[in-house]
Design a binder for this molecule. Sequence first.
Ligand code: SAM
Length: 238
Amino acid sequence: MDTLARGAKWLRFELTQGQLETFRRYLEELEAARPRLRLTALTEPESVQRRHFLEPLALLVALEMMGPLGGTAIDVGSGAGFPGLPVKIVRPGLKLTLVEAHGRRAAFLEHLVGRLGLEDVTVVNGRAEDVAREPRHREAYDLALARAVAPLPALVELTLPFLRVGGLLAAPKGSRARREVSEAAAALRACGGVVESVRPLDVPGAETPPTLVVVRKTSNTPDRFPRRSGIPAKRSLR
Ligand code: SAM
């Protein structure tokens, strides 16, 4: 776990032995489940540590520089737990919900949460379009995380309904980040958000650093959003 330990130090995280051990177990679980679940294309442990562990920690550093994190977070389209679970490992006080549409991946997340001994993590197997309509999840979170789930116009519609007014969406994006931001103008207006920052994320050892887009929710999302399952991605708001 040298890559993680060195990278975390560079990010000024003092990982405890217990946290390093939790990350080590996480790596083992990913390794064991990869053939069945196609959870991550990355096979080299160094690449997994960089992309799946250090990138979420870098995201956390960037967010905490913007102000204190609230107590509740939701990771939408979490896959094998990214970026939500690494954040939870280093901020154990956070109450975290993971939403994942794919049944077997959601079952793996349940298994993982148990194996890693994490408390206050809820796994919801469902589509964000449906889960966001449930009263206990609607406008209930301080922070929404989502990586590699949808282009920003659809992502705004899928995630902002989960946020209370004042909450933040943090979405690491690739090279199209700025273009996605301009394409998301209508979705932001409709769902009640404004872009607060767009900047490269300092991920130790990353060849092409992702761009972190942070959106603040500024007004309540009308009840008609998100539209029904599949529509936000198919016909993004314009
Ligand atoms: N966020 C993880 C990461 O960065 O490694 C997983 C990324 S994977 C490319 C996208 C995941 O989002 C898949 O596991 C997929 O099942 C899930 N997903 C896509 N659309 C979704 C939706 N509308 N609601 C819930 N999950 C969704």
